[in-house]
Design a protein around this ligand. Structure first.
Ligand code: F6P
Length: 328
């Protein structure tokens, strides 16, 4: 049963991720397809507070499916964390007669969305967008696949120079709280060791593994380190520690940083974004809200926002075993 709804608004929030534009396009076009009016909000929740809201039509989202970043811009709004800020945002929701809100972002953005619906009873639905893939209730977040491909491409290049100079490289990848990027790109790029926040195997194991690599005749090596790893040392300190303990290694560090968040989305992310956008609008029309759209075993699923925020997206520990076997 479809509920009475006329106007939808969509915003992007938190760290940008490739595929966000494809999701905005899908939300706008699906709304139009079902005869709804769609409004886009610029600058995330801050734009909602400041009234940066514009009506969109099917043509407003031409030629964005392939673009990285977010054309709607993103911001972390401190004002939206205050009741006064949220009241201002709701005043604009009323002014523009918006019936429901689609939030494309990560768990911080979903926390804001949940509080907003609880306070003002405005239906919200989340689309998970973050390269970290650290959201419960979906096997893939928007931007994750693109980031994996970007990182693997860069590590391949680092491997060329590492092997030309017989060097050991520590490559730091994003993932403040999650090791998905490190684990998968580590395997994809043939790393010796992968250090992730979820599993601290200790510095001794790292030294042992590198000693073994050297003895087994490897002349160069790559260690992939997630930025949130739990060794207690940052990537530069790790490099120094290894050089001090294994002086035969000449070590270099590459911190990949925000380049991992940019670039044109992969086909996988474009398809995912398109499916999520369609499903988000169809779910709102069915009266669903306070939920996040996700994909599980290639099927679209809804997870309560509360669970998506509190739950932990587990890493696949078997991937560590695979690395151990293949890095002999
Ligand atoms: O997008 C997620 C993430 O990339 C994290 O891995 C990283 O720690 C963080 O964003 C950094 O974001 P910012 O520089 O925008 O605060």
């Amino acid at each position: 049963m479809n509920i009475e709804m006329k106007r939808i608004a969509v915003l992007t929030s938190g760290g940008d991720a490739p595929g966000m534009n494809a999701a905005v396009r899908a939300v706008v076009r699906t709304s139009v397809f079902y005869g709804l009016q769609c409004y886009v909000v610029y600058q995330g929740y801050q734009g909602l507070i400041d009234g940066k809201i514009k009506q969109a039509n099917a043509r407003s989202v031409n030629n964005i499916i392939n673009k990285g970043g977010t054309i709607l811009k993103s911001a972390r709004s401190l004002e939206f964390r205050t009741p006064k800020g949220r009241q201002k945002a709701f005043d604009n929701i009323k002014k523009f007669e918006i019936d429901a809100l689609v939030v494309i972002g990560g768990d911080g953005s979903f926390t804001g969305a949940l509080i907003f619906q609880n306070e003002f009873n405005i239906p919200v639905i989340g689309i998970p967008g973050t390269i970290d893939n650290d959201i419960y209730g979906t096997q893939h977040t928007l931007g994750y696949d693109t980031a994996l491909n970007t990182v693997v491409e860069v590590i391949d290049k680092i491997r060329d120079t590492a092997s030309s100079h017989n060097r050991l490289f520590f490559v730091e990848v994003m993932g403040r709280d999650a090791g998905h990027i490190a684990l998968n790109t580590g395997i994809g790029a043939g790393a010796e060791e992968i250090l992730i926040p979820e599993e601290n195997r200790g510095l001794d194991q790292l030294l042992e593994s590198l000693k073994h690599s050297e003895k087994s005749g490897k002349s160069s090596s790559i260690v992939v380190v997630a930025e949130g790893d739990k060794t207690g040392k940052n990537v530069f300190e790790l490099a120094t520690y290894v050089e001090q303990n294994l002086p035969y290694y000449e070590v270099r560090v590459s911190v990949l940083g925000h380049m991992q968040r940019g670039g044109s989305p992969s086909c996988f992310d474009r398809v995912l974004a398109s499916r999520m956008g369609v499903h988000a609008i169809e779910s709102l029309r069915e009266g669903k809200s306070k939920v996040m759209v996700g994909v599980m075993n290639d099927k679209m699923e809804l997870t309560p926002l509360e669970e998506a925020i509190k739950g932990k997206s587990e890493i696949n520990k078997d991937l560590l075993r695979v690395t151990d076997i293949l890095s002999i």
